[in-house]
Design a protein around this ligand. Structure first.
Ligand SMILES: [Zn+2]
Length: 332
């Protein structure tokens, strides 16, 4: 009888240890020297510009996902690769009007991984799978659409650059539409909570490699919590939605357990992911201000400045307007 629960535990462990699969049949990312066959660079730039991070405009522009090269084409040379769900989940959103986004037609899926609320995004699709509905469940590997070249940018996407743009994201605040109306009155928001400003991405390449290397020992929570600080911010706010959706990112602090919580210390990586949240006791919060910038990792900011979250004015670090907006949205 003791075998049963063990088998059960192992199967649960196995499914959680490798939460994500690749979004198309292209697996060159795992082959030595296969990067050229996996990533599509921007016009006239090498494959690195199709990876995640500060890879555009000499490092000053962020690319939030991976641009995955197509493997199959029809007679006209149009991409036909099936696009696959990267994990079990449900359909969170899809945009079927390419004119409304530089992502063209795109799909967002929602996943629960180790109790974290995680989203994957698939962009520039030719079409989504028939019958796809918001809220419907999808299985990992299920075909959710067909690769295409849809976008609303003037430059368009040429046939030879055909790719799926793939992201793995966390959502900053589900009350984004209210925050946006309040912060930018009169400005259009076509995608509700699925506005790009409300998504903070993880590097999918780094994640896939870590999954492969660590096998059954892989943990998404550990991967996120091992991100590098760009800066740390203290907030005198005791409740905000992130705490509820990402409890695995909250660090235990015995002082706050003993004395009570007066606010939180939030560590942001260069993308703006609040990857570690530390409850702070009243005695630990030095400033009376609602938001205080505690520290900046200058080396990281120099290496990866593209989100422009912090800025140095006359030798003093401060949150730049992107950083202020992000914290404001996080706490809204
Ligand atoms: Zn892209």
């Amino acid at each position: 009888m003791r075998c049963l629960p063990l088998t059960f535990l192992l199967s649960v462990f196995a499914t959680h240890a490798q939460p994500f699969r690749l979004p198309t049949a292209n697996v060159a990312i795992f082959e030595p020297g296969g990067e050229e066959r996996y990533f599509v660079g921007t016009v006239g730039k090498p494959w690195m510009s199709g990876t995640f991070g500060c890879v555009r405009t000499e490092g000053w522009q962020m690319h939030e996902g991976l641009d995955v090269r197509c493997l199959q084409r029809d007679r006209q040379g149009e991409p036909t690769d099936p696009v696959l769900a990267a994990a079990d989940g449900t359909v969170a959103y899809f945009n079927s009007k390419p004119g409304l986004s530089n992502y063209g037609k795109y799909i967002i899926l929602r996943h629960q991984v180790e109790g974290l609320d995680i989203y994957t995004l698939y962009a520039h699709l030719d079409e989504s799978a028939p019958g796809l509905r918001i809220g419907h469940p999808v299985k990992a590997g299920e075909v959710i659409g067909k690769m295409g070249r849809t976008t609303n940018t003037r430059q368009a996407i040429s046939r030879d650059r055909a790719h799926v743009h793939f992201e793995i994201d966390l959502v900053v605040n589900e009350r984004f539409p209210q925050w946006y109306n309040h912060t930018f009155p009169g400005q259009r928001n076509d995608h509700g909570a699925w506005n790009g400003q409300n998504l903070v991405g993880l590097d999918p390449w780094k994640l896939f490699v870590a999954q492969k290397e660590r096998g059954a020992g892989f943990s998404l929570t550990s991967l996120i919590r091992s991100e590098t600080d760009l800066c740390r911010v203290a907030v005198r706010v005791t409740t905000f939605p992130w705490l509820r959706r990402y409890p695995g990112l909250i660090k235990t602090n015995p002082v706050a357990i003993r004395e009570g919580v007066a606010g939180y210390e939030v560590a942001l990586n260069y993308v703006g992911v609040p990857f570690e949240i530390v409850p702070r006791a009243p005695s630990e919060l030095k400033s009376k201000a609602r938001v205080t910038l505690l520290s900046v990792n200058a080396e990281e900011q120099k290496k990866r400045p593209c989100r422009k979250l912090v800025t140095n004015r006359g030798g003093r670090w401060q949150l730049a307007s992107n950083g202020q907006h992000l914290i404001d949205l996080l706490l809204y």
